[in-house]
Design a protein around this ligand. Sequence first.
Ligand SMILES: Nc1ncnc2c1ncn2[C@@H]1O[C@H](COP(=O)(O)OP(=O)(O)OP(=O)(O)O)[C@@H](O)[C@H]1O
Ligand SMILES: [Mg+2]
Length: 277
Amino acid sequence: MHERYIYFSQFRHKKVFKYNLLICNKKVQHLPELIINNLSASVEGKQILKGVNLTVRGGEIHALMGPNGAGKSTLGNVLIGHPNYVINGGSIILDGKDLTGKTPEERARAGLFLAFQSPVAVVGVKLSAFMRAAYKQVHPEDKSKLSEFYDRMKIHMKKVGLDESFMSRSVNDGFSGGERKRFEILQMMILRPKIVVLDEIDSGLDVDALKLVAEEIKEYYSQEVGFLIITHYQRILKDIEPEFVHILKDGKIVMDGDNSLSLRIEEEGYDWIKNTA
Ligand SMILES: Nc1ncnc2c1ncn2[C@@H]1O[C@H](COP(=O)(O)OP(=O)(O)OP(=O)(O)O)[C@@H](O)[C@H]1O
Ligand SMILES: [Mg+2]
């Protein structure tokens, strides 16, 4: 893609350039790129992330693994701008735009999405109203009717296995663990983010639900979306084969590899990495 762009830029003086640039621009525009650059962050005065470097591009699936307490969820929360976390070094760049100091709404609008490890209940807020409000925040340009929006929601609810009756329930209130995870996936499908961070989307899912969620992730996958899948288990990675696997330990990425690394982690744990990092 970039090579093509450079190639065409050599013909700047020619008439054809204008046309080709349009084609190239369109493609370049659609290929998201998240650059996490030397990111450090603390919570409650405790340093958790200690210089994380990671780039996720459209069409790429990355898995992030690491022991409990390594900072994986912290990374997800810092990316979406959770107010409890303080960035004290580095930057978060999406499509050339510096999101480091931006509000969660601005980051969501830019295309960042996090499916939470432990989604919280919002008592008194109906799921349908919550989704509509979130959608309007992220896609203010979309003037489609409410009825069209709800129709689209129902289609995706069916796909993730949530009954239509969930529309009028309070967000996550009394939802089972699996239902909460399905709702996270529903949000991804509705909000159409460019960079998707899934924090332990596979935990608490029964075998069938895991299959269904994996199917939805695959359906949503395209060259226009980059995934960062945080997980402890190889199970989901068998289905959604990541190209890249990263190990986060004590707030730093200590190893990168391909999917065979996730298999080794499952078999041998993390201790051996201590010896090689
Ligand atoms: N609000 C907070 N106050 C104090 N400590 C926190 C807070 N949030 C996170 N931490 C601490 O930050 C560290 C990293 O937590 P984090 O949730 O990012 O780990 P994780 O890698 O996602 O672990 P797990 O695999 O168990 O989900 C932990 O020691 C945790 O207790
Ligand atoms: Mg976590």
